[in-house]
Design a protein around this ligand. Structure first.
Ligand code: C2E
Ligand code: CA
Ligand code: CA
Length: 574
């Protein structure tokens, strides 16, 4: 009996423990926010456990009911779902897949585990359903950010580079070409500054949207940053594919773009093109080459397309080299002033000299100013260089003056950027005082290009300079925007006719007609005329015959160091 009692006790303790364990398991299941489905093979019975109603609004009672799940997920997930639900392959203990629910748009992870008997037959199956919406959407966002540019929705730079790399690899195997178009909106900085960054962003978006129309299986369109976009084209077939896209871009750019504020904005874009395999052998180099060529498009007046050739790359690398050396030269002041004499045509008497800078690099090579001055103007080093030119020229000039007391005029080239410095006039005045030079002894040479930007501000400055007695000369006349009509209002004293006219004056009837009317008109306006680049006796005689006042050129004197000018002054004095 006692034995029976003991067994009853033991059983009820076991029972309590089982109830306790079952409660604990239920609590664990419920608080896990998952739903479970338990299937017993032998009985073909199904039990749903824990948060079933959170996921599904239908019961499942037998194995056949499993197909009810298909109706709740998006269609493309039915195949992986089927695999997870019906898996029975020997040895596979568990399988998981993520599916998206049709109505709730919830992401559900479905994980199935199977238990086998010793003969490897499945006995039990447990399917767990877990809400992974939060995790997946964060993940999707990360994936999005990894591939796309948030502002435009186009592919971002990283993805573009990767994709372009794949194009290049494929092109290697299939013997095809890949082209990159590097696009940079013109004057975007100005629009951004003038209209504000919100409008700037909208412009980037609108243009990006327009470019996205070109994307296809073989064309990837991306936004790099700011106002830069890149298009990669697989199997570009010479310039054909690029030309077709460019044609469409040009056509679109003829019309304005409408902003949300209804404002209409005209856009223009500079494009550089490079092609695999002729320009470069990998994606990054290809993009680099296209960018370099884009700079060429900018330099050619913006709003155009340029194609890569090796000369462009050479020039670019050369410029970079010069730019680096130039910065050193400015620091060490490795420059020298030469002077080219100017003579009165009538009696060949010395009128003055034009100061021309010379740069000897560390290898002793002479670098011409028309190569490095434009670079210095671009990177701003023209300002310290210009200051040095002025000080050094005035110092030398003061030496001649003291030595010979012979009156000649000193002409100095001044770049637009120098003129635009707010303290320009003041610094000229100070230097003149420092070297005891009268303003009337110097002449500043400007080019017409300086006036395009801000005609009024520049002419005001010219007037102020003339008011203190400094002469102003208009350089390179005939090469730029020159129109005789606008000369009338300019505060200048001298006009320099460009060498390109002088070159053809003897051989070309048209040039003679132009040059004669220039001189006639300019004299009427009361300016002096200087002809530049006079190399031959014929040119000189012709210019003398038509009353050109002053001659500068190799025929009468090349640019020379200071002592050469001293010899000329001595000759005048003799
Ligand atoms: P530019 O002001 O038009 O100077 C005249 C250029 O023509 C000089 O070249 C001169 O050497 C050259 N030249 C003069 N006569 C003849 C000739 O008969 N035949 C030929 N073939 N050439 C002749 P350079 O010295 O190489 O200067 C080139 C340009 O560099 C100058 O053109 C000027 O725009 C710029 N530059 C030179 N020095 C300075 C400077 O100190 N400051 C600034 N801002 N620019 C300068
Ligand atoms: Ca000049
Ligand atoms: Ca000139």
């Amino acid at each position: 009996m006692g034995n029976l009692e003991e067994r009853v006790d033991a059983l009820s303790t076991l029972n309590e423990k089982l109830e306790h364990d079952a409660k604990m398991l239920r609590l664990i299941c419920e608080t896990s926010n998952n739903a479970f489905l338990y299937y017993n093979y032998e009985e073909d019975s199904v039990q749903t456990i824990a948060n079933w109603n959170y996921f599904f609004n239908f019961p499942v009672s037998c194995h056949a009911d499993f197909s009810k799940f298909y109706a709740c997920v998006e269609e493309r997930y039915t195949a992986p779902l089927r695999e997870a639900l019906f898996i029975e392959k020997k040895g596979i203990k568990s399988i998981a897949t993520d599916v998206k629910m049709k109505d709730s748009r919830m992401w559900v992870e479905v994980e199935t585990s199977i238990i086998y008997d010793e003969k490897n037959r499945p006995t039990d199956k447990i399917i767990r359903f877990k809400d992974v919406t939060k995790f997946n959407s964060q993940n999707n966002e990360l994936v999005y950010m990894a591939y796309y540019d948030i502002l435009t929705g186009l592919y971002n730079r990283n993805y573009f580079v990767r994709q372009l790399g794949e194009f290049v690899n494929r092109a290697k195997d299939e013997n095809k070409t890949v082209s990159v178009m590097f696009l940079d909106l013109d004057d975007f900085r100005r629009m951004n500054d003038g209209l504000g960054i919100i409008v700037g962003d909208e412009i980037i978006q609108i243009f990006g949207q327009f470019l996205s129309e070109f994307s296809s299986e073989n064309v990837i369109v991306s936004h790099f940053n700011s106002d830069i976009y890149c298009i990669g084209i697989y199997d570009s077939n010479g310039t054909k594919a690029v030309d077709a896209i460019y044609k469409k871009i040009s056509k679109r750019l003829k019309k304005t773009f409408k902003l949300s504020s209804r404002q209409q904005i005209p856009l223009s874009v500079s494009i550089g093109v490079a092609e695999y395999p002729s320009a470069a052998s990998n994606a990054l180099e290809l993009i680099n080459c296209a960018e370099i060529v884009m700079f060429r498009a900018k330099a050619c007046g913006k709003g155009n397309i340029q194609y890569f050739d090796s000369k462009i790359l050479e020039d670019f690398l050369q410029n970079v080299k010069i730019e680096n050396k130039l910065k050193e030269a400015v620091f060490e002041q490795n420059f020298e002033m030469h002077f080219q004499p100017q003579f009165h045509t009538m009696d060949k008497k010395l009128r003055g000299v034009e100061a021309l800078i010379r740069w000897k690099d560390e290898e002793g090579k002479m670098i011409r100013p028309d190569v490095f001055i434009p670079i210095a103007e671009k990177n701003g080093t023209i300002v310290p260089i210009g200051t040095w030119v002025m000080e050094e020229s005035l110092r030398i000039y003061a030496g001649w003056k003291e030595k010979y007391h012979y009156p000649i005029l000193l002409s100095l080239n001044v770049s637009a950027i120098q003129y635009k410095q707010p303290d320009f006039i003041e610094s000229v005045k100070q230097l003149l005082e420092k070297y005891h030079i009268c303003p009337s002894e110097i002449e500043l040479e400007i080019t017409e290009s300086i006036m395009i930007d801000d005609f009024k501000a520049i002419t005001d400055k010219l007037v102020a300079l003339r008011d203190i007695g400094i002469k102003i000369s208009l350089d390179d006349f005939g090469t730029g925007y020159s129109s005789l009509a606008y000369l009338k209002g300019l505060p200048i004293d001298t006009l320099k006719i460009d060498k390109s006219f002088v070159d053809t004056v003897v051989t070309d009837e048209n040039t003679r007609i132009i040059i004669e009317s220039i001189i006639y008109m300019v004299k009427k306006l009361g300016y002096e005329t200087v002809a530049e680049g006079v190399e031959t006796k014929e040119q000189f005689e012709y210019l003398n015959a038509i009353d050109c006042d002053i001659i500068q050129g190799y025929y009468l004197g090349k640019p020379m160091p200071s002592y050469g000018i001293e010899k000329l002054i001595e000759r005048e004095l003799a």
